[in-house]
Design a protein around this ligand. Structure first.
Ligand code: NAD
Length: 265
């Protein structure tokens, strides 16, 4: 683990004194959350697979916590290590996930099903349970922010394992909100739509997909990782203290609309 005091990047201190764990921290959305939280005065532990985590070496003042969320036995130790390094945990943002399709349902292999459910749902459960236990033992409440997807509510072709896991995250979020309320732990989900992250390459900017987004997204474009980080910041700070079991959808109006093409007519 690498540890150092957060430097001079504090903006308005909305998370001053808070200690946050962010998974998927080396990914597009996770990194944006890490930077936003550090910028608001939080101390942050960044969790991801070891190799991508090395990409965060340029961020000053970060605790790094390598962990493979498919490795059930590693999750508890990695979370507890991060909590010890930060001196406790007030916030979890769980953005780490396997993304992508698994082919047509008729050809979906059990191994792929297990991989997606293992990381994106069972990994999420073990992560959140470990964090919730640390928070409830400390007795000061906390915030758990899961990252689902618009696929938590709507499917798309060739992605049954991903979609099923993300649907599970939506209900896991609500179940945790109900059970953890008495401990002062508020639990909410962010549901991103199409977000232009480096791991997606130029996908959302290529002419065919850009044209599809123009029809399918009310705002006619993909979002930025910072759009999701802003939602996470709101759900992490004190002023959202009556919000639990909710979903903040960050999708430019994708899921609010059908037949977007008719706008042109
Ligand atoms: P990303 O690929 O940039 O980030 C995902 C991160 O998860 C990566 O850094 C990856 O290393 C990590 N990860 C993958 N498998 C892991 C494992 N076994 N153990 C630990 N870490 C692992 O993608 P992103 O777009 O930043 O995605 C962040 C979250 O947002 C994910 O939960 C994703 O499902 C969700 N999401 C993204 C979009 C989008 O369009 N970008 C849309 C809907 C939902």
């Amino acid at each position: 683990m690498v540890d150092a005091k957060a430097g001079s990047r504090v903006q308005s201190g909305r998370l001053a004194g808070k200690r946050a764990l962010v998974t998927g921290a080396a990914g597009g959305i996770g990194r944006a959350v890490v930077e936003a939280f550090l910028g608001e005065g939080a101390r942050v532990a960044a969790m991801d697979l070891a190799a991508p985590l090395a990409r965060l070496a340029d961020i000053e003042g970060l605790v790094t916590a390598p962990c493979d969320l498919s490795d059930r036995s590693a999750i508890v130790a990695a979370v507890e290590g991060a909590a010890t390094a930060l001196g406790g945990l007030d916030i979890l943002v769980a953005a780490g996930a396997l993304k992508g399709g698994t082919g047509n349902f008729l050809d979906l292999e059990e191994a792929d099903w297990d991989r997606y459910i293992g990381v994106n749902l069972t990994g999420m459960f073990l992560l959140c349970r470990t964090v919730a236990r640390i928070m409830s033992k400390a007795g000061k409440g906390g915030r758990i922010i899961t990252v689902g997807s618009v696929n938590s509510f709507q499917s798309e072709p060739n992605a049954a394992a991903y979609v099923a896991a993300k649907g599970g995250v939506a209900m896991l979020t609500r179940a945790m909100a109900v059970d953890l309320a008495r401990h002062g732990i508020l639990v909410n989900m962010i549901a991103p739509g199409p977000i232009d992250v480096p791991n997606n390459g130029t996908m959302y900017r290529e002419p065919r997909l850009a044209e599809e987004l123009r029809h399918e997204v009310a705002l006619e474009r993909a979002g930025r990782p910072e759009d999701c980080a802003a939602a996470a910041l709101y759900l992490a700070e004190d002023r959202s203290g009556f919000v639990t079991g909710s979903t903040v959808t960050v999708d430019g109006g994708l899921s609010a609309m059908i037949f977007g093409g008719m706008r042109d007519g």
